[in-house]
Ligand binder design. Structure first.
Ligand code: GUN
Length: 296
């Protein structure tokens, strides 16, 4: 029986910790941290994410601002709003919710954000600073996973960590962070992807598996060493007629089969997912306190 890593409870604990720090800041005469978000269009997933971010801001005592654009807005309009937020001293950090409509160059938008306000940690300055171990904003999912490993006391030093997936927002940063000279970190990291030969035997060597490839149930019991820690980043919506909304979230790990073998495991939902918004709150607090970058 594995330890179930409870992301929902951990996220609630962290938000309560942040709220008490914010209350102390406000009592000392400082203004509350302020997170702004830009949402383009009406994509269902993005609407939900942004609504949850606004809700989390409320729980943490932050000020939040949401600016909406229609699908047909121009890139220039978006860049103009970003320039405005960059210059606005009352905004500590902001995000542009992705994905963006196809006529907008996502990378140009990311690079227009002042890295000191890039609480998503997507700007190349933050990614580069992370790679060489300098203070930076770390993107939400990898930061949330580190937080879970740390709070659950999962040993990473000298351990074999296998990461499934090489995306810019999870796989690549996760590999960088797990190998860094820090705790959690100091692991020996292998990254597997669609061209990797014999993924199963590589996984069987792992003390820690981080699955982020978006293939429901990919990690099966024959891929897991007894006692390994298994972190499931998958959030694929699969149709399910027994649910009122017609779908359920499915992770990259066959939880039922793997849980009896693993030492610790994250469920889906309720594992990594709730931690991501929490990481954004941590970054926004750090932006407000100047802990990462001095904006004065
Ligand atoms: N879309 C899905 N995840 C994210 C995220 O972490 N940040 C932004 N800006 N957009 C997203």
């Amino acid at each position: 029986m594995a330890i179930i890593i409870d992301g929902k409870q951990t996220a609630a604990d962290i938000k309560a910790e942040i709220a008490s720090k914010v209350a102390a800041m406000v009592a000392a005469g400082q203004r509350a941290p302020h997170l702004a978000a830009i949402l383009v269009g009406h994509d269902g997933g993005s609407e939900t994410y942004v609504a949850n971010k606004v809700k989390a801001c409320g729980e943490c005592g932050f000020t939040s601002t949401l600016v909406r654009f229609e699908d047909n807005c121009t890139q220039a309009e978006l860049l103009e709003k970003i320039a405005e937020f960059n210059a606005d001293d009352t905004i500590d950090g902001f995000i542009v919710q992705l994905p963006l409509p196809r006529h907008i160059d996502e990378q140009a938008v990311i690079e227009a954000i002042d890295p000191r306000k890039d609480v998503d940690g997507f700007h190349p300055v933050n990614v580069g600073r992370m790679a060489i171990g300098l203070p930076c904003f770390i993107s939400a999912t990898p930061a949330g996973i580190l937080e879970l490993l740390g709070r659950y006391g999962i040993a990473t030093s000298g351990k074999r960590c296998v990461i499934l997936g090489r995306s810019n927002i999870v796989g690549k940063p996760m590999a960088t962070l797990m190998m860094q000279k820090r705790q959690p970190g100091d692991a020996t990291v292998t990254v597997c992807h669609s061209h990797t030969a014999d993924i199963k035997s590589i996984c069987r060597e792992a003390d820690i598996i981080i699955a982020a490839l978006g293939q429901p149930g990919f990690v099966t019991s024959d891929m897991v060493k007894p006692g390994a820690t298994v972190i499931d980043v998958g959030t694929t919506r699969v149709s399910d007629s027994t649910r009122a909304r017609g779908w359920r979230l499915c992770g990259d790990v066959d939880f039922k089969a793997v849980e009896p073998i693993a030492g610790a495991i994250t469920p889906v939902p309720g594992g990594v997912g709730p931690m991501t918004i929490c990481s954004l709150m941590i970054n926004t607090l750090k932006a407000a306190t100047g802990e990462v970058y001095d904006r004065k």
